[in-house]
Design a protein around this ligand. Structure first.
Ligand SMILES: [Ca+2]
Ligand SMILES: [Ca+2]
Ligand SMILES: [Ca+2]
Length: 267
């Protein structure tokens, strides 16, 4: 279903002999799975993370490198309230200490098994896209924690469309100010975990999770780990619930208008 058009195009390229086989491996996603919106469904996946700054490094002017993050994906077949939690990987011995941050996007990266291979920041196509999207500014990689962004694999982006990650939201552990003011979205409590809930429509989603300690870029890179959990915490309200809500809002609005009219001379 996913990228079937891409596969067809790349396969056509392989047959014609002008698409090279990838030699490097980069974005391999962890798949939370497919959820239909049923409350209580949950999935947890542990993953290694290189360094404690991959996420926060994507919030600055020169973007970040996806190799410093763990990537998750999931699919909703119906609308749902989805809670995403990321914390240091206590269960991965010796890999504790992560201050997690994550961003949620609609869209998917290319399947690593596709002929163009996995997406990565330094493929010729990704560098071309970065140069285009940054207006020629030098960037550390393709990852943008607070914006839409694009990345691709070893295929020609003129032939195979790049992956488009459309920003939905983010959250991170603690609070960070690396000189440009406090970065919004911190949970204010530095306890190696962060949780955020999103109301999502049916569709495909990708999450990039990594460290939020900006200053640790200057230290030796540590091998840390993250434990990511997706939980469907409630089904979308039924239409009747919306109707009741709207009726309630209408009543409040009418009362407010009445009060305003009573208390103020008309202009
Ligand atoms: Ca950066
Ligand atoms: Ca940096
Ligand atoms: Ca926290």
């Amino acid at each position: 279903m996913r990228h079937s058009l891409n596969y067809a195009l790349v396969l056509a390229g392989l047959v014609a002999g002008f698409v090279s086989v990838p030699v490097k491996a980069h974005i391999f996603t962890h798949d939370f799975g497919v959820f239909d919106g049923s409350t209580g469904a949950t999935a947890t996946i542990l993953s290694g993370v290189s360094g404690n700054y991959g996420w926060i490094d994507g919030t600055d002017a020169d973007w970040g490198d996806t190799h410093k993050l763990s990537v998750y994906q999931f699919t909703l077949t119906g609308a749902a309230d989805v809670q995403l939690s990321f914390e240091q990987a206590v269960a991965l011995g010796g890999r504790n200490g992560l201050n997690p941050g994550f961003s949620l996007y609609s869209g998917l990266v290319h399947d690593p098994a596709s002929p163009g291979g996995p997406d990565h920041d330094f493929s010729a196509g990704s560098i071309f896209i970065r140069d285009t999207d940054s207006g020629g500014a030098v960037t550390e990689g393709a990852f943008r924690a607070l914006h839409d962004w694009r990345i691709t694999n070893e295929s020609d982006p003129a032939v195979v469309p790049p992956s488009v990650l459309t920003y939905i939201g983010h959250a991170y552990d603690g609070s960070q100010d690396y000189g440009t003011g406090v970065i919004p979205g911190g949970d204010g409590l530095l306890d190696h975990k962060v949780t955020q809930t999103f109301h999502l429509a049916a569709g495909d989603y990708t999450v990039f999770a990594g460290g939020s300690d900006y200053a640790s870029q200057l230290a030796a890179v540590k091998s840390l780990g993250v434990s990511g959990t997706l939980s469907v915490i409630s089904a979308v309200p039924e239409p009747e619930t919306y109707a009741m809500l709207l009726a309630g809002l209408g009543l409040v609005g009418a009362l407010t208008r009445q009060r305003n009219t009573a208390g103020k001379p008309r202009e």
